[in-house]
Design a protein. Structure first.
Length: 145
């Protein structure tokens, strides 16, 4: 008697292997997404820094403000008047980026400098945790050489 087909044990083994592989793929994808958001955060901050340097060149000062959440309705663009609502004319930055996750970028100006703070989900370019951007660069409390 020649029966063709799979036994129940063979089917259960194949289903278990497929489940294990899909679980590993989902975990790896989640880590990749966090790294992508962190890379976007650093790229966003570098773009904001460039716009702030152009503003400084024209106005000999950085935009005034303390605790401004970048990318919010009140800080959607940057022009000669500083941060403002969307639709700025003659903008240094037509759309100020917001954090791609659930966090935020906070801008504070004091004297002749500024700080922008945000939080990374993982480690990128030797930066991790809360980062601070100033005219001299981007650092974090856990920066490693």
């Amino acid at each position: 008697m020649n029966k063709k087909g799979f036994t129940l044990v063979e089917l259960l083994v194949v289903i278990a292997i497929i489940g294990l592989l899909s679980t590993l793929a989902v975990v790896a994808l989640g880590t990749t997404r966090a790294k992508a958001r962190d890379s976007k955060r650093l790229s966003d901050i570098k773009q904001v820094q460039t716009a702030l340097e152009m503003y400084y060149t024209d106005n000999s000062a950085y935009p005034e403000g303390s605790g401004i959440v970048l990318g919010s309705a009140d800080a959607a663009c940057l022009n000669a008047s500083g941060f403002g609502a969307a639709g700025c004319t003659s903008a240094y930055m037509g759309q100020v980026p917001a954090d791609p996750g659930t966090g935020s970028y906070t801008y504070t100006q004091s004297d002749s400098t500024y700080t922008i703070t945000g939080t990374l989900e993982g480690k990128v370019n030797n930066l991790e945790g809360t980062f601070t951007a100033t005219p001299s660069g981007i650092t974090s409390a856990t920066t490693t050489p």
